[in-house]
Design a protein around this ligand. Sequence first.
Ligand code: PLP
Length: 424
Amino acid sequence: MTPNALPGQPHVAYRGDQLFVEDCCLSELAERHGTPLFVYSKAAMLAALAAYQRGFAGRKAQICYAMKANSSLAVLQVFAQAGCGFDIVSGGELQRVLAAGGDPAKVIFSGVGKTRAEMREALAAGIACFNVESEAELEVLSEVAQAAGQKAPVSIRVNPNVDPKTHPYISTGLKGNKFGVAHERTLETYRRAAALPGLRVVGIDCHIGSQITETTPYLDAMDRVLDLVEAIEADGIPIHHIDFGGGLGIAYNGDQPPAADALWAQLLARLDARGFGDRQLMIEPGRSLVGNAGVCLTEVLYLKPGEQKNFCIVDAAMNDLPRPAMYEAFHQIVPLAPQAGTPTTYDVVGPICESGDWIGRERALSVAPGQRLAVLSAGAYCMSMASNYNTRGRAAEVLVDGSQAHLIRSRESAADTFRHEHLI
Ligand SMILES: *Cc1c(COP(=O)(O)O)cnc(C)c1O
């Protein structure tokens, strides 16, 4: 960790009066590439991955990066080169994995609404496993595989009905969520899968939610899944791998999620105690691999003092940073080069014509127009959720590796945003 590193972001630190990611000065990057600009630390991504790799040392485990968290090609390339597989949720994501040099044999395909075309593509690519989310999907996948003369490898996503104690929009393992097969119907669903001619049962899967900061929900889910594995195997259907999903949280605002290796030390102890320690394991982490590896740089356009609130209007907006508008999520906001002077309390907002277009509320900042800010913890679920709302081109992205800064995505122009439209 660099001295003066920001809390929770060991690769983001002030040197003198300038904010750096690794050995790159962010003011210089903003000058060169403009704003809004996403900047990622390769070392931070690899350090986050290493925590999982340490946790699984000596085990049979495959880490499948849940790429919807950040699916930029160079980010996928970093993880592919580090040995990761990928958890995909669409045919488009499969094409990205292939374009980034990922190994299709390490790809698992999740999601409640896979189309026949997506199933065909994934079978042709030779992916490791389909995580099937309903009985209806089993039937369709079997048909598609049979037509292709194949047996699709399947794992059934079970809904363990545990409360991950996170935001309702990002909890997925409770009854009433659209995800997975109900705990009570699991055995029957496995029997059906084992009987279908186009399928080959290989595993079981669960994923209970996102931004989880406690260990207990994971232990509870593990117990429920292992109970199911015992019941399914007693029924004569062998389960080769167990996939415990993703969901580990990161520090956005003093949150204290367990470290990945500490979490897995506890989970593996439970697994060993129950006699499943030598099983092939899989996990699907997303946010915890990339969230704190990225920042979004933005320039202050205007300060607008008001009777009730002061607004700091910046050039990044909800199309770049959708999490506050979607989940009232918190991102820390810090200056690239701190200014002296008494701070004022501002709502930091973007230029989009929506009251929901805010990035941070009631932040004490000492800023002037033309100054730049960094929105922290912006590596996950920001660029991958970015849109062109208000005909704003999506931001550029830079991947920092030591003192090298690679432009990994060029800024979209307005013409790019309407390239596929046609006048009548
Ligand atoms: C989104 C998702 C993940 C990753 O969740 P994180 O909270 O980003 O770790 C893993 N598995 C599935 C099925 C998902 O939908």
